[in-house]
Every structure is written in structure tokens, then in C-alpha cells.
Design a binder for this molecule. Structure first.
Ligand SMILES: [Mg+2]
Length: 251
């Protein structure tokens, strides 16, 4: 799939309380990226803006992250919000019901090999998220090529998906991405029939942008311009917060 350059993408229009459903990435969208994933937190003003948006949109809001579902729930800390973890493999629905996938045998074998990689290269941070395992090289950018080669070998050997992200390679079972997470949510209340808006900063969010556009909505890229399927752009987290907080003003 080719995507046009993002230069000159306009800011998104105000959210429409009657029409829109909102899907948001977490890291780099609702919370600033930190050297280690465990250091990330959503600031109180951003959480307040998210809560206001959820109320204005009649709960048609979901956070869709590559993190483990329990980790997303802890960071978001809003019990009634819909969530997706591991790019949609795990979801918390509007009813509170949890839909969890089961790791494949291949993922279990890869888990052991990736743990060994973390011991061989202590400057790589191997994060076991249950349904996915991430090899972070943010603390050692010089190991990017090593991280990619080893992660690619292991993913290939066990028939798993290799997902590149910002300073990370992630290995997981196939079958879900942020686009499928959006489509799954949109198939049921309270989302069904709404116009989906997907907001995110990373390459994994492109599937969400494309899925939103296919259902009559659009993507909102957060950060610097790049080739993207998003139709709109917000430059940083402060702009995301202001846009969320303004939802009630749209009428
Ligand atoms: Mg992100």
C-alpha cells in the first residue's frame, strides 16, 4: 500500500459528540515516550481531557495499544473505558467483558529464545507482554541492527509476526492489528454506526488510520509529518490534549 506524504495535513476538525467514535493510541499519543516503557504515565490533565471526551461521545472511546491489556488498564485508570491491548489481540469491551487471546506454541518457544537474547545483550530491554514480546533498543541505538536480525530470525523460525515500532521490534502472533481492533469495536455498541477517528503516532497506527478511513472516518497523525494514511495531523501531546478537551465546544 502506498501512502501520500503528510506535508501540510490540516488539524482535525472538532470532535462531533453526536457522530464520532474515537480510538486512541497510548504511548506517544496520550503519554510521552520515556526511555523505559515502565516509566510512562498519563498526566492528570490529559486523563481529564480523555474523560471529558468519553462523556461527550457517550462512551464511544477506546484506547488501542501495543501494550499488554492489564498494563493499558493500569495506565489509563478509567474502569469504564474500552481498551485493546497487544494491537487488539486482547480487548476490554463496553460491557466490561474481557476478550483474551491464547498464545501459540510458537510464541512460547520464541519467549524462551528472546529471554536468552536479553541475557546475551543486557543493553537490549526484552519486555515480555504475554501475547507479545518486545525487544527495545532505545537504551542502545547501536544495537538496532542486532536487535532486528535476531528478532527477525526468531519470528521467522516460529511463524510469528515481526512488528517494527519506535526503537523496538515486537514479536507476536498474527491475526490482529490496530485496524482489526477498530473494526471489532465498530461492529458492536456503543460504536456501531458512528464515524471512527483513529489517533496515533507510530507506524502500527497506520492500520488504524486506514481502517477508520474505510469506515467513513479518518486518521489523525500525532507528531512530525511523514508518509501516512492519516488525513489530519496534531503536532504533539499538548495539541492532542487541547483537541480532546474542546470536544464539548463542537455542539
Ligand atoms: Mg504510539
Amino acid at each position: 500500500m502506498t501512502t501520500p506524504p503528510a506535508a501540510g495535513l490540516p488539524a482535525p476538525p472538532p470532535l462531533s459528540p453526536h457522530r464520532d467514535a474515537l480510538f486512541l493510541d497510548l504511548d506517544g499519543t496520550l503519554a510521552a515516550i520515556r526511555p523505559r516503557p515502565g516509566e510512562v504515565a498519563i498526566d492528570p490533565p490529559m486523563r481529564a481531557a480523555l474523560r471529558a471526551a468519553s462523556a461527550a461521545l457517550s462512551q464511544r472511546v477506546a484506547v488501542v495499544s501495543g501494550r499488554a491489556l492489564d498494563d493499558v488498564a493500569r495506565l489509563v485508570d478509567m474502569p469504564d473505558l474500552c481498551l485493546a491491548g497487544i494491537h487488539g489481540l486482547d480487548r476490554r469491551l463496553a460491557t466490561g467483558e474481557l476478550r483474551r487471546a491464547t498464545p501459540s506454541a510458537g510464541l512460547e518457544r520464541a519467549r524462551a529464545e528472546l529471554a536468552a537474547l536479553g541475557r546475551d545483550e543486557p543493553r537490549l530491554f526484552v519486555e515480555d507482554k504475554g501475547l507479545g514480546i518486545a525487544v527495545h533498543f532505545r537504551l542502545a541505538p547501536d544495537l538496532a541492527a542486532v536487535a532486528e536480525r535476531r528478532a527477525r530470525e526468531i519470528a521467522g523460525r516460529h511463524g510469528l509476526l515481526l512488528q517494527p515500532g519506535k526503537m523496538v521490534f515486537e514479536i507476536r502472533d498474527g491475526g490482529a492489528d490496530k485496524g482489526s481492533a477498530l473494526r471489532d469495536f465498530m461492529a458492536a455498541p456503543p460504536f456501531a454506526g458512528a464515524r471512527p477517528i483513529f489517533v496515533g503516532d507510530d507506524h502500527t497506527d497506520e492500520a488504524g488510520f486506514a481502517a477508520a478511513a474505510a469506515l467513513g472516518g479518518h486518521g489523525v497523525l500525532v507528531g512530525e509529518p511523514r508518509a501516512t494514511a492519516a488525513a489530519h495531523r496534531l503536532p504533539d501531546l499538548a495539541a492532542v490534549e487541547a483537541w480532546l478537551a474542546a470536544v464539548g465546544d463542537a455542539g
